[in-house]
Design a protein. Structure first.
Length: 283
């Protein structure tokens, strides 16, 4: 099974298997409009899927891996892991690069920057400092597996609303938006020049309501804050224990987040995962 080939803030690699307990057993088309590292997609590997993200550089990287991962690997093999080289690559513009160069560039920066954090400034320029890590940029077997998993999916760079226009009854949507802040400084909403703020969360709730009216099943991960609790008070919410490894303060890494769904969860599903979560809260 393929695994994410980039590290992403808020990624679900450690949670994906547990989250899948709560997903429908059958669906005709899978949608993931906040793709990021793609942990949930790689865990499910659905036969028909539409994957999207507003980060065009990220989507181009997925396309490059799908079309010719060997070509990306060869480029990565030629990139040196040193502070000077990192700063040189970080200063480059990807606008004139081809698809595979863009992919190698993103993976290299992701694997060599501080804590694997993808962050851009208001001009869309990558601005994370060097991480000084001695590790390989990629696993050939995993890039091969990822390429195969992506071979049958539709990849598009667009906002979540546009991405979900084709969702129909029988489809299933998993949403992992930039989380509402828990307080203090956060980089979880800085992977594109435009931040995801409270009005954006309110607009996302409206899109979720629209999906429900169209008969589309969806699940959303988000932070356990009063705002999110209030926005989704009409939906079933499950509290799930999690860790945020990107937090510099190790004592703050353990947290409780929410999984919100618009379909009934069978009691059997809840009892199976009872050791991993708290009881669901009634609407």
């Amino acid at each position: 099974m393929a695994k994410p080939f980039v590290k992403w803030a808020g990624g679900k690699q450690s949670l994906a298997a547990r989250l899948s307990y709560f997903f429908p057993d059958n669906f005709t088309h899978y949608f993931e409009p906040f793709l990021g590292g793609g942990s949930v997609f790689f865990t499910l590997e659905p036969p028909i899927a539409t994957l999207s993200d507003t980060n065009a550089w990220l989507i181009d990287t997925y396309k490059a891996i799908r079309e010719d991962w060997h070509r990306v690997a060869r480029l990565l093999d030629a990139m040196e892991n040193s502070r000077d080289e990192y700063l040189s690559y970080r200063a480059m513009s990807v606008d004139e690069m081809d698809l595979w160069e863009k992919a190698a560039h993103l993976i290299y920066l992701n694997k060599t920057c501080f804590r694997g954090l993808f962050r851009v400034n208001k001009k869309g320029k990558f601005n994370v400092p060097y991480g000084n890590y001695n590790r390989r940029y990629y696993d050939p077997a995993n890039l091969h597996a990822a390429s195969q998993a992506l071979s049958h999916v539709r990849l598009q760079s667009c906002d979540y609303n546009s991405a979900l226009q084709d969702a129909e009854p029988g489809s299933f949507v998993y949403m992992d938006p930039p989380y509402h802040k828990l307080g203090g400084y956060s980089d979880f909403n800085r992977y594109t020049p435009e931040k995801f703020k409270e009005p954006d969360h309110e607009q996302l709730r409206e899109v979720c309501d629209e999906l429900s009216q169209r008969g589309v099943r969806w699940a959303q991960s988000n932070s356990n804050t009063p705002l999110i609790q209030a926005l989704y008070r009409d939906y079933q919410r499950v509290e799930i224990s999690s860790r945020r490894e990107i937090n510099l303060n190790s004592s703050s890494r353990n947290c409780i987040e929410l999984l919100i769904v618009n379909y009934p969860l069978p009691e059997g599903v809840l009892s199976q995962a009872s050791t991993q979560l708290k009881l669901p809260m009634n609407p």
